[in-house]
Design a protein around this ligand. Structure first.
Ligand code: THU
Length: 133
């Protein structure tokens, strides 16, 4: 089993636990760290909509909890479903791009469901020239 299919399966599994009663849009994220571990997250919404946390950021939080502040991302896979169980496009939001950039290098890959099928990209391409001190 390749790491990519492990990540896809893990993201789909995490997506089942999404708390999304407002958007009815489930998102799962699975990340592979440089240390070789996989962590997952799902979106967790709130009645105060702005407090919603995306799947990607929850997965990163899980990784930091276990690996500590040196955690680095190697690969990220995002999956999404609407209420009918159909895959919906889910390009990572701006907030998630910024948080992904924090823990990435130029080679960190990201796969997400685009309008015409899976999109393969990098965190660098998702947020070029990101802020650095
Ligand atoms: N969402 C994610 O989990 N990740 C993204 O990158 C984009 C959006 C979630 C947030 C919200 O629960 C739902 O998708 C609809 O916006």
């Amino acid at each position: 089993m390749s790491k990519r299919s492990d990540l896809e399966r893990s993201a789909r599994e995490a997506m089942k636990n999404a708390y999304s009663p407002y958007s009815h849009f489930r998102v799962g994220a699975a990340i592979l760290t440089e240390a070789g571990n996989i962590y997952t997250g799902c979106n967790v919404e709130n009645i105060s909509f702005g407090l919603t946390v995306c799947a990607e950021r929850n997965a990163i939080g899980q990784a930091i909890v276990t690996e500590g502040p040196g955690m680095k991302l190697k690969a990220v896979v995002v999956t999404s479903h609407n209420d009918a169980g159909e895959t919906g496009a889910c390009s990572p939001c701006g907030a998630c791009r910024q948080v992904l950039a924090e823990f990435s290098d130029r080679e960190t890959t990201v796969q997400y469901p685009g309008a015409d099928g899976p999109v393969e990209t990098t965190t660098e391409k998702l947020l070029p020239d990101s802020f650095r001190f």
